[in-house]
Design a protein around this ligand. Structure first.
Ligand code: TYD
Length: 386
């Protein structure tokens, strides 16, 4: 496969089999038409990025039935409030213009009511929630042409924010050209996304699915910015979503020491490293299956949080409703539906405490602290799926 960023030949290191669209929760009538694709992971020896190979078209993923709502985690809502406060204190003047790309249900952008703001969000289900909050958004896919329209109608942005959205945008070249056009000469682009170093060290292969197409180390993110004539001036590790990195990008140098330090220390530039990672994932699958089988014979197993990540794990490990009875989730749009591919029923979280399950797979392991706090009165054997 050819690298979508630098056109070099990529090397495959992981095959996660046939997978359904991760957030495509089904009603029974949809089962026969369910769409599957082959999920394989590649490493680029030139720009050091990791990418999902074959991907479903973006229109199949982001639409009026999209079911991921950013607001489902209180902890993340707090994290975004802190980011907004930081931006107001350091880079955005009261009369400045902020654009969020992938604004989802407005959880971050709502902190900028009273500022000149714009959200861009392709999934109508979540975008309509943002508009109900009184936010200005465009229900569309971001690309170079859309950026030109924003500049024409509203001017350049002083701050652009993408949180867990940039790796989702398959047309990276058009998106980056658009960001460059939209950002003012003195502006800052704040981008937060899963950090490849954490994915490898935690073996969190459940981060690989049709929405997360690109994974970067600091070295690869910097290379990508260099290629497009922008400057990565800082990289800040964040303890959210199982390990993230906040990248600060501008159109002018310099580059902070922290970026140089990552470049010197990251061991994420060799293919052998990823081959070992691929082997470790096979071990992880065995371990998970052992834990689930043991628990099935010892009180049964349920799941906690019907995450997109759970789709990768369940379909890769071939774990269906005979092993995991049901998955509890707080999102109304997922409840009383079947999980993608393996068709485990998703039920409302409300009855979780009353049902007193004994063995529970924590599919939202990235929200560990928030969930352990919420369930501290329960006596549960938690199973981490990775
Ligand atoms: P998350 O790990 O944020 O995302 P992803 O789907 O991208 O893997 O998980 C979001 C899902 O987890 C969402 O369906 C709501 C559910 N959830 C709960 O049911 N209870 C909780 O306490 C939390 C934090 C999430």
């Amino acid at each position: 496969m050819e690298c979508r960023i630098c056109n070099s030949t990529m090397k495959k290191f992981l095959d996660l089999g046939m997978q359904p669209i991760a957030n495509n929760f089904l009603v029974v009538g949809d089962i026969l038409d369910e769409f599957f694709y082959h999920l394989e992971l590649f490493f680029c020896p030139e720009c050091y990025s990791v990418q999902v190979g074959n991907c479903p078209e973006k229109e199949k993923i982001y639409h009026k039935g999209y079911t991921f709502y950013t607001s489902t985690s209180n902890y993340m809502a707090r994290h975004f409030k802190e980011l907004a406060d930081d931006i107001k204190a350091s880079v955005l003047e009261k009369d400045g213009f902020i654009v969020e790309i992938g604004s989802n249900d407005g959880t971050f952008l709502k902190n900028f009511r009273g500022y000149k703001h714009l959200g861009v969000e392709p999934s109508e289900s979540v975008d309509s929630m943002a508009r109900k909050k009184g936010l200005r958004t465009w229900n569309d896919f971001f690309c170079e042409e859309l950026a030109e329209r924003i500049v024409e109608q509203k001017g350049q942005a002083d701050v652009i924010v993408t949180t867990n959205a940039f790796p989702h945008m398959i047309d990276r070249i058009s998106v980056l050209k658009g960001i460059k056009k939209l950002l003012s000469d003195t502006g800052v682009w704040v981008n937060e996304e899963a950090y490849l170093g954490d994915v490898v060290s935690l073996r969190s292969y459940d981060q690989f699915y049709n929405e997360h197409i690109y994974f970067s180390s600091v070295s690869s993110f910097k290379k990508n910015m260099d290629l497009f004539g922008m400057f990565l001036y800082d990289a800040l590790p964040m303890d959210v979503h199982g390990g993230s990195m906040r990248y600060l990008v501008s159109k002018v140098p310099p580059v902070a020491k922290s970026v140089r330090a990552f470049e010197n220390n990251e061991k994420l530039r060799d293919f052998e490293h990823f081959e070992k990672f691929g082997e470790a994932i096979k071990e992880s699958r065995k371990n998970f299956l052992h834990k689930v089988f043991d628990a099935v014979g010892n009180g049964g197993v349920v799941g906690y949080a019907a995450t997109a990540k759970s789709t990768t794990v369940l379909n890769y490990c071939k774990v269906g409703p005979r092993l995991v009875d049901r998955i509890y989730d707080t999102t109304p749009a997922k409840q009383w539906k079947l999980s993608p591919g393996m068709h485990i029923p998703v039920v409302p979280y409300d009855s979780f405490k009353k049902d007193k399950p004994k063995n529970v797979v924590l599919f939202a392991w990235n929200h560990y602290r928030e969930i352990m706090e919420k369930e501290k009165d329960m006596d549960i054997n938690w199973i981490i799926p990775i």
